[in-house]
Ligand binder design. Structure first.
Ligand code: ADP
Ligand code: ZN
Length: 650
């Protein structure tokens, strides 16, 4: 039996080891290990391999155990196999290739589309004592030469590459001249034509398999949709790769979806009451709106920045860097922002406009709470969003089939907004996963929505659409139903219709809510070419004929949900139960070190590590080394100054 990492050498270690690695050794019958030579040998090699991996996890990254399914992925690669990994944001994908790259001989090559973030990723590895570098268009010729030479001398453990480099014969020749540990294709959904992240350069990645058939490959993504998954596997020729699909649930995220009713005030209340000094992202549909919203948030005292594809590359890079480096920046952005942003302590993601698909919603909200601590999401939506999105879709270039699929996905998103049951259940169901019971951490669970029997009201609404000739939008229909004396009503002589004034007991907002829900449920469609006229759909028939009933949600736009029993966001909890002076002193030291090393503060230590320091108050380096997130190198570099600060606050 080889010496097992951190345990004794008795054979019961095998089981402990299995737990530590959370790896399933299903291929082995435990009782036979000691008798069957082949099984025993196999077992010993895998133990050896994983011991190396565990040692690195501990020494370099400062963590004590793998999360599922990290260990199995790492083992697959160390053994030389290919892997396809689908793991939610914050699941821990990076270690899945970083550790095998360190265990296997040669250099691991990571293809990443995010040039702006390569620098940070590489700096973070340097901080941990890993020999890493990147090659992208930000380097000049002499810098490129230095890295190529280091690579040729076998001095690099990890090389990050922009995808367009792989088109260059020079790069391929370089890769062919050295020993390679593996290829990692990060953000692999960029090969898919379906997502909005598509990068033509990613299509070239097929060459890896052809030019380097013996180098193991791992493709990673957090994009859940089945079509994209298939496309990645096909385009990257990963048909034989082992697939690791981790669960999609992000239990620390609280989902909230609310109707728009003075969205700025809704956002302001949300941010003031729950996230006054937190980092967050506010998504908007248009460039102009991001700028206006950022400006307005600044005037309200928030440290807000705008981000969209229309800004200069320099401005974007600068805003992104500030978001990563400074505390409590609020980024107001279009969907152009966020891919690969691995800032762990984003405490909230708010949407001022509805995302086009549940995938986008899941991915965008997923940027909150990567550190596993409670984080909030808020989506504000209204009928106008649906009309705008349908319009954008109708005008888009894609094929008819593409448009139909997009329409379908938009309807699913709208369905998620309108449901009265657990949001998380619905999101997970969309990804083919079941939740055993309602989550208790979404608005529908925390503040159950009431429904009402809207059968008669809906019939009245549908008749109004029919009687007015299916040529009018919501505003006019509501006027007719409420018996308004407006010019337009008289102009079209709608005061003579039998539906005129029949709905006076409902307020304008209540009627709007009815129409919105009828559109969401496809009883009505919106004429996108004209002025948003509503038209009847087939689904209406049973309702109109009196063969079906309809329950609608009661919107309570004026009553705002209080934070209630929801857990407070982390930044506030931190201030609550930790010594605030010590906490601030540790943060100040972290900020100072981050500036000296030119890295974001979380690269020095995560908040969770600072918190542990605050709670456990280690007094020696050995005690400090026990804290999660402090590997050997960080212990040497930062241990002494942090111990000094702790000492001052004894
Ligand atoms: P992803 O790329 O999947 O979004 P990351 O690789 O950035 O996620 O990891 C998310 C966070 O979890 C990082 O801060 C990382 O250091 C941490 N992490 C990853 N694996 C482990 C582990 N086994 N134990 C503790 N923390 C981990
Ligand atoms: Zn729920």
């Amino acid at each position: 039996m080889p010496k097992l990492y951190r345990w004794g050498s008795s054979s019961t270690c095998a089981y402990q080891w299995q737990q530590k690695c959370s790896i399933t050794l299903s291929r082995v019958d435990w009782a036979q290990i000691s008798q069957n030579k082949l099984a025993a040998d196999w077992f010993l090699t895998i133990v050896q391999r994983m011991n190396n991996a565990l040692a690195i996890l501990h020494k370099i990254f400062g963590y004590s155990s793998f999360r599922p399914p990290q260990a199995e992925i790492i083992d697959t690669l160390i053994e030389g196999g290919d892997a396809f990994v689908l793991m939610p944001t914050g699941g821990g994908k990076s270690l899945c290739y970083q550790i095998p790259a360190l265990v296997r001989p040669g250099c691991g090559v990571v293809i990443s589309p995010l040039i702006a973030l390569m620098q940070d990723q590489v700096s973070a590895l340097h901080e941990a004592g890993v020999k890493a570098a990147f090659l992208n268009s930000t380097l000049d010729y002499s810098q490129v030469r230095v890295i190529e030479e280091a690579m040729q001398r076998g001095e690099l453990d990890l090389l990050y590459l922009a995808p367009e480099r792989l088109k260059q014969e020079r790069t391929l020749a370089l890769l062919q001249s050295v020993k390679l540990a593996l290829f990692a294709i990060d953000e692999a959904h960029c090969v898919s034509q379906w997502g909005h992240d598509f990068r033509a350069d990613y299509l070239e990645l097929g060459v890896l398999h052809e030019r380097f058939p013996s180098v193991p490959r791992i493709a990673l993504t957090a994009t859940a949709d089945v079509r994209t998954r298939k496309e990645i596997i096909e385009r990257l020729q990963l048909q034989d790769a082992r697939q690791f699909i981790a669960g999609f649930d992000r239990p620390n995220l609280c989902y909230r979806i609310t109707l728009k009713d003075n969205p700025r005030q809704q956002l302001l209340r949300f941010m003031r009451e729950e996230h006054a000094s937190d980092a967050g992202i506010v998504y908007c549909l248009s460039r102009q709106k991001t700028e206006e919203t950022a400006e307005w948030l600044q005037s309200e005292g928030f440290n807000a920045l705008a981000y969209h594809a229309g800004l200069s590359a320099r401005q974007r890079a600068e805003n992104q860097a500030r978001f990563l480096r400074e505390d409590a920046i609020v980024m107001v952005a279009t969907i152009a922002f966020g891919m690969g942003i691995d800032k762990p302590d984003v405490r909230f993601v708010a949407h001022l406009d509805m995302p086009k698909t549940i995938e986008a919603y899941y991915q965008e909200t997923g940027r909150a709470g990567r550190d596993g601590k409670p984080a909030n999401t808020l989506l504000l939506y209204g009928l106008q969003d649906v009309i705008k999105l349908r319009q954008m879709m109708a005008e888009s270039q894609g094929s008819e089939e593409h448009k139909r699929i997009e329409q379908h996905r938009l309807n699913a998103m709208l369905g998620l907004c309108e449901i009265t049951t657990c949001r998380r259940e619905a999101v997970l169901r969309y990804f083919g996963e079941a939740l055993p019971m309602p989550c208790g951490n979404c608005d529908a669970c925390l503040h159950p929505v009431q429904t009402w029997d809207a059968t008669e009201t809906a019939r009245l609404a549908l008749s109004a659409v029919y009687r007015t000739g299916q040529r009018f939008g919501v505003n006019h229909l509501v006027e007719v139903l409420r018996g308004s004396n407006s010019d337009k009503v008289f102009q079209f002589e709608h005061q003579h219709l039998n539906v005129y004034g029949k709905g006076a007991e409902l307020s304008v907002n209540e009627w709007r809510s009815v129409f919105r829900q009828l559109v969401a449920r496809n009883y009505l469609s919106v004429d996108l070419d004209g002025y948003g006229a509503l038209m009847l759909e087939e689904v209406c028939r049973p309702l109109l004929r009196g063969e079906a009933t309809l329950a609608l949600r009661r919107d309570e736009t004026t009553k705002h949900s209080k934070p209630g029993k929801r857990s407070k966001p982390a930044a506030l909890t931190v201030a609550g139960d930790l010594d605030p002076e010590l906490w601030e002193a540790l943060r100040a030291l972290r900020m100072q070190l981050a500036e000296e090393h030119k890295v974001p503060p979380y690269v020095i230590f995560h908040n969770s590590t600072l918190e542990a320091l605050c709670r456990q108050r280690p007094t020696t380096l050995a005690q400090l080394a026990q804290i999660s997130g402090i590997g050997e190198r960080k212990q040497e570099r930062y241990g002494p100054p942090f111990l000094a600060v702790l000492q001052q606050h004894q």
